[in-house]
Design a protein around this ligand. Structure first.
Ligand SMILES: NC(=O)c1ccc[n+]([C@@H]2O[C@H](COP(=O)([O-])OP(=O)(O)OC[C@H]3O[C@@H](n4cnc5c(N)ncnc54)[C@H](OP(=O)(O)O)[C@@H]3O)[C@@H](O)[C@H]2O)c1
Length: 157
């Protein structure tokens, strides 16, 4: 089992690690599959985090980058709306569709959200929708590194 960040706004394991895992029969757990909440569409520039929340120190979660990164989430939300789903469900369904050995484990403190997130397994996305989402993520991109400089030096990019 391999664990690393992967999702609509973190694509770097795709060229090398995912094919290697698939070839060797190794499962892949993408941690932070909801982009630490951002891909659910419930986070924007006005969101505040409690002291000690790791996101306060993350470049991707500065106020400015949260505003900029809404472009991606708003477009995910448009597709979600058309499918009577939530943006988070679309983000999870996209991950699930990438390979059968990819097992996202979203984190939440709320029971209702466990049900919402689990329902993503019942949201098959069409080939066109998957391609559109992939293209969207590449085109729009994401502002801000996942971690600050010190933290980035500790991870295998
Ligand atoms: N991030 C890491 O470095 C890391 C490392 C190892 C293991 N993990 C584990 O991986 C799992 C998930 O990672 P993660 O928690 O970092 O990120 P994540 O699953 O991408 O996102 C979790 C965040 O999304 C929010 N959320 C979840 N479902 C939601 C929904 N349906 N609507 C709106 N907001 C929603 C949660 O808030 P609420 O709690 O308020 O719902 C929480 O703030 C956790 O079990 C974590 O312990 C993470």
């Amino acid at each position: 089992m391999h664990q690393r960040t992967l999702g609509l706004w973190t694509r770097d394991p795709e060229p090398e690690i995912l094919p290697t895992c698939a070839a060797l029969g190794i499962g892949f757990v993408p941690f932070s599959p909801l982009g630490k909440g951002f891909l659910t569409g419930t986070v924007d520039a006005s969101t505040s985090y409690p002291a000690g929340d790791m996101r306060t120190g993350m470049p991707r979660f500065t106020t400015r980058n949260r505003a900029a990164n809404r472009v991606l989430v708003d477009q995910i939300a448009t597709l979600a709306h058309a499918r009577h789903a939530t943006p988070g469900q679309v983000a999870l369904a996209w991950l699930l569709a990438q390979h059968p050995s990819i097992v996202p484990i979203p984190g939440t403190r709320r029971t209702a959200r466990i049900d919402e997130n689990a329902a993503a397994t019942q949201l098959p996305l069409s080939a066109d929708e998957l391609a559109d989402l992939g293209e969207l993520a590449q085109r729009v991109g994401v502002q801000g590194n996942r971690y600050n400089e010190d933290q980035m030096s500790l991870v295998d990019k």
